[in-house]
Design a protein around this ligand. Structure first.
Ligand code: ASC
Length: 154
């Protein structure tokens, strides 16, 4: 076991460093990270939609993208710490309602959490027909939140 101890310690330090980093982001860094995460999320969802349009969708590509969507669906409520709305003075489409209607935001979030989990489980099962049926529900979960909590897009 001794051989492995340095590795364990190294990985604990790395974990602690990452945690500290996430907590120490400034509002501006937090907003930029959030915007970049949403681009990744949109990209992963697009990969799935594009694959499902092909005559022979690639189940591995779908599963990888669905895993990304799933992970981001689990994490994304944490991308909105207090102080990262328009009051920060930085450019953001996040509406103040995210924080003033925390319950509404939590329930919109939960809808996406559920849709993301189902998406990933269908992808793991390589259930192409099930995915085709479920993808619109995922899009609706995105839209539901955007309609209430994101500034209208031009
Ligand atoms: C996407 C994406 C969104 C949602 C939304 C669904 O692919 O980037 O924001 O789907 O358009 O209505």
């Amino acid at each position: 076991m001794r051989i492995f101890r340095p590795l364990l310690i190294a990985s604990s330090i790395a974990t602690a460093a990452c945690t500290a980093y996430a907590i120490d982001l400034t509002p501006r860094q937090q907003i930029e990270a959030r915007q970049s995460n949403f681009k990744d999320l949109g990209g992963a969802f697009k990969t799935i939609r594009d694959q499902l349009r092909l005559s022979r969708p690639d189940p591995i590509a779908i599963e990888q993208a669905a895993h990304s969507v799933y992970e981001m669906s689990q994490a994304h409520a944490m991308w909105f710490p207090k102080g990262t709305g328009p009051e920060s003075g930085y450019e953001t489409d996040a509406k103040p309602e995210i924080w003033t209607d925390a319950q509404g935001f939590a329930s919109a979030n939960q809808r996406f959490v559920d849709a993301g989990a189902k998406l990933y489980s269908l992808a793991q099962a390589k259930n192409i027909d099930g995915l085709k049926q479920h993808v619109p529900a995922v899009g609706q979960a995105c839209k539901n939140c955007h309609d209430k909590f994101r500034l209208p897009q031009d």
